[in-house]
Design a protein around this ligand. Structure first.
Ligand SMILES: [Zn+2]
Ligand SMILES: [Zn+2]
Length: 159
C-alpha cells in the first residue's frame, strides 16, 4: 500500500492520530515509524487496520469491490473486466493487488469507521439521543442534578 507522506515543508513536525486505535505519534515532514493511510472520507489510520480487513476478504468480496469501485473499474481494460466478472480468480487477485498497491486513499467499504466496524462515541450518542424521549439538554440537566463535579460523575458511572 502506498504510504502517504503528508505535506512537504521545512522539517515541520506533525502528529498522527489513528482514528481507529487512537495511536498517536509525532513525526517530521509527515513521516511516521509505521505506515499510515487515509480513507476517501479522510479518516487517517494505521495501514494495518485496512490490511487486516483486506486479509479477510473472500474472492467474491474482492470481485465486488473491483467492479463497484468507480475510481478503479474505469481503469480496468475491457478484457480484464470481463474475466473479473466471470470470477476468474487469477484476474481478480491480480487486479486487486494493483488496486491496493496504487491507491492513495482506501475506499469507504474497507475503512473500519466508514463501514461501521467501529462506531465512534459521537455516533453512539446521536443514536441514543434519537431513540430517547429526552433531549441532550434534559440529560445534561439530570447529570448536573445528580453529581457535583466530574470526579463525582466518574465515580457514579463506574460499573
Ligand atoms: Zn491504529
Ligand atoms: Zn473512513
Amino acid at each position: 500500500m502506498k504510504v502517504r507522506s503528508g505535506f512537504v515543508s521545512n522539517s515541520s513536525s506533525s502528529s498522527f492520530v489513528c482514528s481507529v486505535c487512537d495511536y498517536v505519534e509525532t513525526g517530521y515532514d509527515g513521516q511516521y515509524s509505521i505506515p499510515t493511510t487515509y480513507c476517501r472520507r479522510g479518516h487517517e489510520m494505521c495501514s494495518e487496520h485496512i490490511d487486516n480487513l483486506i486479509s479477510k476478504l473472500t474472492l467474491e468480496d474482492k470481485k465486488q469491490l473491483l467492479l463497484e469501485d468507480n475510481y478503479f473499474s474505469e481503469d480496468l481494460r475491457d478484457e480484464e473486466k470481463a474475466l473479473i466478472e466471470k470470477g476468474n480468480s487469477f484476474a481478480i487477485e491480480d487486479a486487486f493487488e494493483k488496486l491496493t498497491e496504487y491507491w492513495d486513499e482506501a475506499p469507504e467499504s474497507l475503512c473500519p469507521i466508514c463501514s461501521l466496524g467501529i462506531i465512534g462515541d459521537w455516533a453512539v450518542l446521536k443514536y441514543l439521543l434519537k431513540s430517547d424521549t429526552r433531549t441532550r439538554e434534559d440529560i445534561e440537566k439530570e447529570i448536573r442534578s445528580k453529581y457535583k463535579c466530574l470526579d463525582d460523575l466518574h465515580k457514579g458511572l463506574e460499573v
